[in-house]
Ligand binder design. Sequence first.
Ligand SMILES: *Cc1c(COP(=O)(O)O)cnc(C)c1O
Length: 470
Amino acid sequence: MPGSAAKKGYKFQSSTAVATPIGGVKDEVLTQDVESQKIHENAFGPAKQRTGWEIKASALSLNTHNRIRNIVEAMQIKPNPNKAMIPLSIGDPTTFGNLKAADETMKAVLRSLESGKFNGYAHTQGHETSRQAVAKYSAHQRPEGVIDPSDVLLCSGCSSALEYCILALADRGQNVLVPRPGFCLYHTLAEGLDIEVRYYELLPEQKWRADLVQLESLIDKNTAALLINNPSNPCGSVYDEAHLQQLVAICERHYIPIIADEIYEHFVFPGSRHVAVSSVTREVPVLSCGGLTKRFLVPGWRMGWIIVHDQHQRLGTAVTGLKNMCGRILGSNTIIQGALPDILTKTPQCYFDRVIETLYSNAQLAYKMLKQVRGLNPVMPNGAMYMMIGLSKEHFSAFKDDTHFVQELVNEQSVFCLPGSCFAYPGYLRIVLTVPSAMLEEACVRIAEFCYTHYKKDNRALIEDRLLED
Ligand SMILES: *Cc1c(COP(=O)(O)O)cnc(C)c1O
């Protein structure tokens, strides 16, 4: 137990985000000039002029890595030329053309454009009417069912919402707790700024619930936030209210705010229900990140948002910090902002139902097929658009690790999955459930063939080894 190192009360200070308001106070600007002069002198000697081109990338930019890209680029991939490629790796649900944005969603954007009213800058948090629309759409996230538009901040996609939250709460040297397996963007956003990422473990045999004891053991007084991704990418898990209560209780004990990545909040399969973590607590501040991307199938539109849930104003200056962060890019895309009220109210329920049906029937199909394959251990998802598949290491000892398995699977069968390593979780594969079902079925057949070949071969090798020993 962290005990003495733990915080004594909710007293948030925003990270350095507060110190840089747009067109900040004069004194502050002067102080900054002196600071930057000092930095300049340290780096180049006292007030010396440059004598040649000395351009160097910043530490932040060089320490910003996309783990998926790095892992995938390091593989030696030569797809089997006799089999058409099936990418079960692509997280963009619009890639295959079977899942499309609703007409009503697209018409809303046309009307926004044609009105001619949304070509200018908006308030950096977003137009009032657009924020009102998001507040109404998200009202279920509050125990009392009402959200004030001033608690909504529109961002450039859910990724920028997450970036603002992490950067507004954490400074260099502080830490953020993130799930393993988990979406690698959290790591990408934090590491460049020397914000430490500490992984709490999710347990596949317990529907990917968090290991609460291990999670709590990570906390110290420098823990700036707990990040919860529910429903989860890559797990497809959906937490019930009881588990969310357990997570909230830990945060309450240690005075830690929650960043909730709820981009999949409405992507839940029949039999499960999504509960927003903010709806189960009045005590712990929650920054909920969402957006249009997944549910409305428009990742390229870059519209996301943060909803600040903070009944007792415990976030303190961190709210100012968040608002300052929005000023960094002068606000999000206004054409989409103009369309938000109609997108959020006029896209018909039957459209959403059809998308969920497709994902759910694909999940069932893949689960049923892969469950029968020796050496594979798929975990049935309850939401989102992915499935995790465990690899039985001892039966696939021909492969060094999950990345090697994935590489050989592409080279023999032209089926591309993402290795669990991309989500800090080796020994698993992640497949997407957004591909057309015939394609998914074919992919499962090929995966089964691949496993059959290598599982068998392995057994034979074992027997041969024994014969040699005798
Ligand atoms: C897709 C995804 C996002 C990013 O959404 P954008 O709106 O495209 O930025 C954030 N979190 C998770 C878990 C995702 O899968």
